[in-house]
Design a protein around this ligand. Structure first.
Ligand SMILES: C[S@@+](CC[C@H](N)C(=O)[O-])C[C@H]1O[C@@H](n2cnc3c(N)ncnc32)[C@H](O)[C@@H]1O
Length: 266
């Protein structure tokens, strides 16, 4: 068994180094599964090729023209650009990512998509957002909160930057039962949003504690081991490990992608 990923700094380093050396995202195949044809039309190829999310939060966020949006863990920028299209030039989109190279990808893709004037990206951590209090109407995120070793803190930061009545809409994996220890301690499985996944119950509790109300979980998409194998985060060794230690029936649903919506109280 690999060493337990018990230290927050260790998890942070694994996530940063894994995403820092990725050759590309899950590509068009996964994007076509998650996004509508209409959304994908006209998006820069790079934004689609770097798509690494697990759902389609912008489709559920009911963004309106003129709103101020934050995209937590913007990566290659696909959701930031989709959000920028919804809010238009009277609104703003701020992507936040721990990696400067991801911020640069989002900026470049926003330029190609013609939304750079109101869509930018800043380097920062989910757990310490470089943004003022009450400065956003909506926060979206896709496959990122699970990567944080301090999810309560990350959700509290999302609540802090939202104005009272502002909306949160995130896509992430949830799991029913504890995964086998070999998977929980695999750094690739953590970087792939699986080892750090919460149960639905714990996610709802953390959202409530962070100051959110009107919490709704919806659009559940099952992901089997063969589905997650599409992401470049999982090499053959970790796929084989999961096939060996996860019981056969659960291999077709190792995690479920869920859309979590909530409103910042106050
Ligand atoms: C699975 S990718 C998702 C990217 C993008 N949301 C998408 O749907 O394509 C996770 C992204 O979150 C960033 N990230 C991971 N942990 C983070 C943290 N603690 N703070 C800020 N960004 C983080 C990574 O650098 C990476 O770009």
């Amino acid at each position: 068994m690999t060493r337990d990923l018990m230290f927050q700094s260790e998890i942070r380093n694994v996530v940063r180094s894994t995403y820092g050396r990725l050759p590309g995202g899950a590509g068009r195949a996964m994007a076509e599964r998650l996004y509508s044809e209409e959304q994908l039309a006209g998006l820069p190829d790079d934004a689609i090729d770097w798509s690494l999310g697990v759902g389609n939060p912008v489709a559920h966020a009911a963004l309106r023209p003129g709103e101020r949006i934050v995209d937590l863990g913007c990566g290659g920028g696909i959701d930031s650009i989709l959000a920028a299209r919804e809010v238009g030039p009277t609104g703003t989109v701020t992507g936040v990512d721990t990696l400067t190279e991801m911020c640069e990808r989002t900026r470049q893709a926003a330029g190609t998509a013609g939304v750079a004037e109101w869509c930018d990206a800043v380097q920062g951590e989910l757990e310490d957002l470089p943004l003022p209090d009450d400065s956003a109407d909506a926060v979206v995120s896709n496959g990122v909160v699970n990567l944080s070793p301090r999810k309560s803190r990350a959700l509290a930061e999302a609540a802090r930057v939202l104005r009272g009545g502002g909306r949160l809409c995130i896509a992430d994996f949830v799991v029913n039962d504890d995964l086998p220890p070999e998977v929980l301690t695999s750094s690739a499985a953590w970087a792939g949003c699986i080892a750090g996944a919460l149960s639905e119950e714990v996610l709802v509790k953390k959202l409530m504690k962070a100051g959110f109300t009107e919490i709704e979980l919806g659009e559940r998409i099952p992901f089997g081991i063969d589905d997650v194998a599409v992401y470049p985060l999982f090499d053959d060794a970790v796929i084989q490990l999961m096939k060996r230690v996860v019981p056969e029936p659960e291999q077709r649903r190792i995690a479920t992608s869920v859309i979590a919506k909530a409103v910042r109280a106050g």
